[in-house]
Design a binder for this molecule. Structure first.
Ligand code: SF4
Length: 498
């Protein structure tokens, strides 16, 4: 079967990474060998319970960052804020939320790379500048941040954190223009994928990079405005979804009301495809597509592209369950819970030995022997990073008695680093960058292995009919076609820095 898919018009300014430098990303000490979520942001304008709404919103975004959490509230005159290391429910209690009085707030949950997991980098970052207070929360990564930081340092700036966000604050503070124009000037200097919430004593500013790489949505609850990385955070506080924030857009909310503006013209739309495949919650909608439904379509398409007969279909929890249901519905092969996730694993602070690492995956996942024993199993997963976790899961199923394990991955091979806020391993550790599909099959000990095609992915997500180049998606980690410049002569940054 062949597929003829329209992916929009190829743009002249597509940038191919030459591979001259490497993403350093996460170290190899991670037990679970998965891509790391970036961060989550949540903002409220015009509600007396801004802090408690932020608490619930951030709780809904917890999957986007477990390292630290913070909320900053403005009461029209002063800021009140609290940040801490840990989960939202660990950082905040009733008294702390009650002390955050004001009707405007921004909040943040953060995943960080191992080297900078410290309170100083927890967001929102709060600054004093000539016109008052400034708080910033961001999701994403500024690729040219090291270059800008170096230039600022050479001209006298002193930085207190390693966060990108501080660079934006310095650029704004140095401008002679009023705050909104200064922010626009600063944003125009940044290259990368980012969603920013900025708050002064009397203003909330919301901005998305010119490609819309990172998700950001707007909602309303009563007269108040709410902004969040994912729509699931709107649902939890009873807010109505209004729309996605557009590439290059800048919204200003203050005593004059709500003003739609932009800091730059939109470029090729390139929303992160991994949000659909893996990161975002299945009950969120992105760009008009529900995540659960999109993942089901990926599973269904997978069945059309690389059918294999079997007795049961199972998905690696949690992100691949929807796709496994789609594969099962398309083929008629029963969907079964062949793998169970232990929800209480939590974070681990030990550097495990190889032996404990092998055990580590059993802490997180169990195969259900009564379900898989004697069965030919189709195992659906969202991606293969280094290959180590995939091999461990296949072996779990075999140890539980599966007679065959056929692996179907609902994304194309992950070959290239991310520069836009996803913390990926060093490129040399990405198994798809140096092995063929057959070699990967052998490595993960599967009976067969297949990946979803880029066309299948685009069509499943729903961008097929949009006419946008590549369905309006970033697929750079699969096809090495980056929407922005990523090489700044060695002065560039990859991964996640929110
Ligand atoms: S490179 Fe991959 S992970 Fe990064 S923004 Fe693009 S699609 Fe998402």
């Amino acid at each position: 079967m062949s597929y003829e898919i329209k992916t929009g018009n190829k743009q002249e300014n597509s940038i191919l990474w030459t591979g001259d430098f490497y993403n350093e990303g996460t170290g190899s000490g991670d037990i679970f060998d998965t891509l790391k979520e970036e961060c989550g942001v949540f903002g409220v304008f015009g509600h007396p319970e801004a802090a408690s709404m932020s608490y619930y919103g951030l709780h809904a975004l917890q999957h986007r960052g477990e390292e630290s959490a913070g909320i900053c509230v403005a009461d029209g005159r002063d800021f009140h804020y609290h940040r801490g290391m840990g989960l939202v429910k660990e950082v905040f209690d009733k008294d702390k939320i009650a002390s955050l009085i004001g009707n405007m707030s921004i909040g943040h949950v953060r995943y960080s790379t191992s080297g900078d997991s410290r309170l100083a980098n927890a967001q929102p970052l709060v600054f004093k500048y000539r016109d008052g207070d400034l708080a910033i929360a961001t999701n994403g990564n500024i690729v040219n941040e090291p270059l800008i930081r170096k230039q600022l340092e050479q001209s006298g700036s002193i930085f207190q954190t390693t966060s990108d966000t501080e660079v934006l604050a310095h650029l704004i503070a140095r401008s002679q223009k009023e705050f909104v124009e200064a922010t626009k000037d600063a944003l125009r200097q940044l290259v990368g994928g980012f969603a920013f919430l900025l708050m002064t004593n009397d203003k909330l500013i919301v901005a998305s990079d010119t490609h819309g790489l990172r998700p950001l949505v707007m909602g309303r609850v009563g007269e108040a405005y709410v902004f969040a990385s994912e729509s699931c955070a709107l649902e939890v506080i009873g807010a109505q979804f209004v729309r996605d924030i557009e590439p290059g857009e800048l919204l200003v909310l203050d005593r004059n009301g709500f003003q739609e503006d932009r800091f730059a013209e939109p470029q090729r739309k390139a929303l992160c495809a991994m949000e659909y495949i893996y990161f975002a919650r299945p009950d969120s909608d992105l760009n008009g597509s529900n995540l659960h439904s999109a993942r089901k379509r990926m599973g269904s398409r997978m069945a059309l592209e690389a059918f294999v007969d079997a007795d049961i279909v199972t998905g690696v929890p949690d992100s691949s369950i929807s796709a496994a249901i789609g594969y099962a519905e398309q083929t008629g092969i029963p969907y079964e819970l062949g793998l169970i996730k232990n929800k209480y694993t939590g974070r681990t602070f030990i550097q495990p030995s190889q032996e404990l690492r092998e055990q580590g995956v059993k802490m997180k996942l169990s195969a259900v022997r009564r379900v898989v024993e004697g069965q030919r199993v189709v195992m659906i997963d969202d991606s293969i990073v280094r290959g180590t976790t995939s091999r461990r899961i296949v072996n779990l199923l075999r140890e539980a008695g599966a007679t065959e394990v056929h692996v179907r991955i609902t994304s194309p091979p992950f070959k290239n680093p991310c520069f836009y806020g996803i913390d990926t391993p060093d490129r040399r550790e990405l198994i798809a960058s140096y092995k063929t599909v057959e070699e990967m099959r052998e490595e993960i000990n599967a009976d067969s292995l297949a990946f979803l095609t880029p066309e299948g992915l685009i069509q499943s997500i729903g961008g097929y009919n949009s006419g946008d180049y590549k369905g309006g998606l970033c697929l750079s980690c699969f096809d090495n076609d980056y929407p922005t410049q990523v090489d700044f002569g060695g002065e560039e940054k990859d991964g996640c820095s929110c």
